[in-house]
Design a binder for this molecule. Structure first.
Ligand code: ADP
Length: 295
């Protein structure tokens, strides 16, 4: 239960972390997130954005805190500055710089495309990340691997497939999933991606602009992986314009095989939707797998 005590406790922790007294004068609930409750904490001179969830989900916020820092450290693209994460009363929380979001113009879409390509040029020798994190509230395993197809099969598709089995999805979904996992290597016969720093959950609900029309990405699920996975997700639920794609390609052109692999990559998110939001996404997952198996 989130109440005034919770907000006051968070305000005290903000004061300690920023070495600047912060008292909450008002709170405003923000709609839009799928997983957490979100609020603006208003003070007399300063506002903060806070997300809350159950106390035992603190690692989810710790990982998001690290992800936002990893993105910010690249200095390629703007993200909300993470202030702190912690526990207050019966909740865990993440506090970020509050940014007044505005709608994206086509020129902001163009800048976002260029900046995302610059972000993707931040590379590591391995796939995975420094820690596991979450995709939605589902665990996302980032154990290091040096072969991308193995990483994708084990830690992305295979993981979601096993979780779907635990959630009671058997029969056709499992049958198609196992068949596809056995054939993942086929999608990489003439393509070897480099490990790029990814946002990891780049749908239209996780981009915005500030008042100066600078693009902002937020709510990441970072890891080092094939840059095509970020691009694929931008196409899954819409919200990215032609200017975004042409700007991205002008900095770093996509490989022609992306058109096939994007379904393989988006399948991970649709599987996650099956696991998080239920059977309404089962048919879509099956159709995607049938399409991939006939490719
Ligand atoms: P969830 O983790 O539940 O998906 P989000 O991180 O997507 O939550 O945040 C929920 C909503 O809050 C977003 O859709 C966005 O409109 C708003 N929001 C997110 N971060 C900030 C921020 N730093 N400043 C202001 N508003 C934000």
């Amino acid at each position: 239960m989130i109440n005034q005590h919770t907000f006051n406790d968070i305000a005290a922790q903000i004061s300690a972390a920023t070495h600047r007294q912060f008292d909450v004068t008002a709170t405003k609930s923000i709609a839009g997130g799928d997983i957490n409750s979100a609020f603006i904490l208003q003070g007399s001179t300063q506002n903060y954005f806070v997300k809350l969830n159950r106390a035992n989900l603190i690692d989810m916020f710790a990982a998001e805190f690290d992800g936002l820092n990893a993105l910010a450290n690249t200095k390629t693209i703007q993200t909300p500055r993470p202030i702190l994460y912690g526990q207050a009363e019966k909740s865990s929380f993440l506090v970020l710089e509050y940014i007044e979001f505005t709608r994206m113009t086509s020129s902001a879409q163009r800048i976002l495309g260029e900046q995302l390509a610059n972000l993707h040029q931040q590379k590591q020798p391995y796939f995975g990340w420094t820690r596991d994190n979450t995709i939605g509230s589902t665990p996302q395993i980032n154990t290091h691997a040096y072969d991308w197809a193995t990483f994708w099969r084990e830690h992305r598709l295979g993981f979601q497939l096993r979780r779907a089995a635990e959630n009671g999805y058997s029969g056709k979904l499992q049958h198609l999933g196992e068949k596809l996992c056995a054939r993942v290597d086929d999608f990489f016969t003439d393509y070897t991606p480099a490990p790029s720093l990814l946002h990891g959950d780049l749908w239209g609900g996780n981009i915005a602009c500030d008042a100066q029309q600078r693009p902002i990405i937020f709510d990441p699920a970072c890891y080092f992986g094939d840059r095509e996975t970020d691009l694929a997700m931008t196409e899954l639920f819409g919200g990215f314009g032609a200017d975004f794609y042409s700007a991205y390609n002008s900095v770093w052109k996509l490989d022609a095989g992306y058109q096939t692999r994007k379904t393989l990559y988006n399948l991970y998110h649709i599987f996650n939707h099956v696991n998080l939001f239920g059977a309404g996404y089962e048919r879509q997952a099956q159709q995607m797998m049938e399409q991939l198996l006939s490719a």
